[in-house]
Design a protein around this ligand. Structure first.
Ligand SMILES: Cc1cc2nc3c(=O)[nH]c(=O)nc-3n(C[C@H](O)[C@H](O)[C@H](O)COP(=O)(O)OP(=O)(O)OC[C@H]3O[C@@H](n4cnc5c(N)ncnc54)[C@H](O)[C@@H]3O)c2cc1C
Length: 310
């Protein structure tokens, strides 16, 4: 938290230690562009689903401004986030639980950073990080222990106070953030891993299927992998969609649930580490760890291959 370096990962040719930041708005625009002339409807809230089966299409019930609508589909991809309505209908026994942590985040006009690469720092029960996201903008986050549902009268004051004794770069980024650019979200996970992501003609992906702590930075990345895998394993005119979705589940569940476990394990030795001697032990461990070893263990989960077509 004082800004002294614990470890610097060397650059490499595989890109496994290079972090690329992208504004969600630009990611959405790129995905929309890639969707070509597909019809995209927004402003609808899914309230119910019948997942269908090999013989019967899935049925989705949505709430729109004009009232409730039912629609049928050959394939439903449930990407409705950690508080997924689809999951709660299909798997009501699974509950969302608080991680006990919250995260302030902002994207602000580029300011001079201590490094143009991704840099993160840890302190008692907290992590701060910053990363350029292109287009002259910088993303920063301040992740800290905080009871769920906490209301701060002024979020800007709250984050400034929480990171008041941290290094200059953190102070600088927080101070340079207009209140309207600052957001905060509590971080939620599942009480237990799902036994399957697929049911009939419906498959859950992203945070609906495998919410994870942000300590590996793999939540959105793994959601994109889910999407690519469905594109590969369920191409247009797939005859047996439930069978294809079972293959998606077999491919994705081990990897993503591994990421859930790894992000929790990582948190225990960095962002969730308590004060006092624990910080000293954690810092000593990172200082003494060979950067190559850290790089290789990072590479092990970043090294994902697009699946072949069936
Ligand atoms: C603090 C923090 C830092 C993070 N950092 C990283 C990082 O560095 N790298 C990374 O890869 N990931 C990161 N993540 C994780 C990442 O944000 C999520 O994993 C990712 O957004 C999940 O995408 P998703 O599409 O599954 O869900 P979401 O992004 O939550 O999208 C769900 C969508 O579904 C919509 N929706 C919800 N309910 C309904 C309904 N009933 N009907 C219709 N629509 C509905 C919502 O409006 C929303 O648009 C971070 C997360 C947090 C909290």
């Amino acid at each position: 938290m004082d800004g002294s370096w614990l470890m610097k990962l060397p650059g490499d040719d595989t890109g496994s230690t290079r972090m690329y930041g992208m504004h969600r708005r630009r990611l959405h625009a790129a995905l929309l562009d890639a969707a070509g002339d597909a019809e995209v409807s927004t402003g609808m809230r899914v309230v119910h689903i019948d997942p269908g089966n090999a013989e019967r299409q899935a049925t989705i019930v949505v709430n729109t401004q004009g009232g409730e609508q039912r629609t049928t589909a050959d394939l439903v991809i449930g990407a409705d986030g950690v508080h997924s309505r689809l999951r709660s209908v299909l798997l009501p026994e699974r509950k969302v639980v608080s991680s006990g942590y919250t995260s302030w985040r902002a994207i602000i006009p580029a300011v001079e950073l201590i490094t143009d690469k991704f840099a993160m720092s840890w302190g008692p029960h907290a992590e701060f990080g910053a990363l350029p996201v292109g287009h002259g903008e910088v993303y920063w986050y301040g992740y800290a222990k905080c009871p769920p549902g906490t209301n701060f009268p002024d979020e800007s004051v709250a984050v400034r106070e929480r990171f008041a004794d941290w290094h200059d770069a953190a102070q600088f980024l927080i101070a340079g953030t207009a209140p309207g650019c600052l957001m905060r979200h509590d971080v939620w996970v599942l009480d237990k891993a799902l036994k399957s992501y697929a049911r009939g003609r419906t498959v859950l992906i992203g945070d609906a299927a495998h919410p994870m702590l942000p300590t590996l930075g793999q939540g959105a990345n793994s959601a994109l992998e889910d999407g690519v895998t469905i594109g590969r394993l369920v191409p247009p005119r797939t005859r047996d969609i439930p069978a294809a979705l079972r293959r998606v589940d077999q491919q994705r569940r081990p990897r993503t649930q591994g990421l859930v476990r790894q992000s929790a394990a990582m948190a225990r030795i960095d962002a969730h580490l308590g004060p006092g001697w624990r910080q000293q032990v954690g810092n000593a461990m990172f200082r003494s760890m060979p950067a190559g070893l850290a790089q290789r263990s990072g590479g092990s989960f970043l090294n994902w291959q697009v699946p072949g077509r069936p």
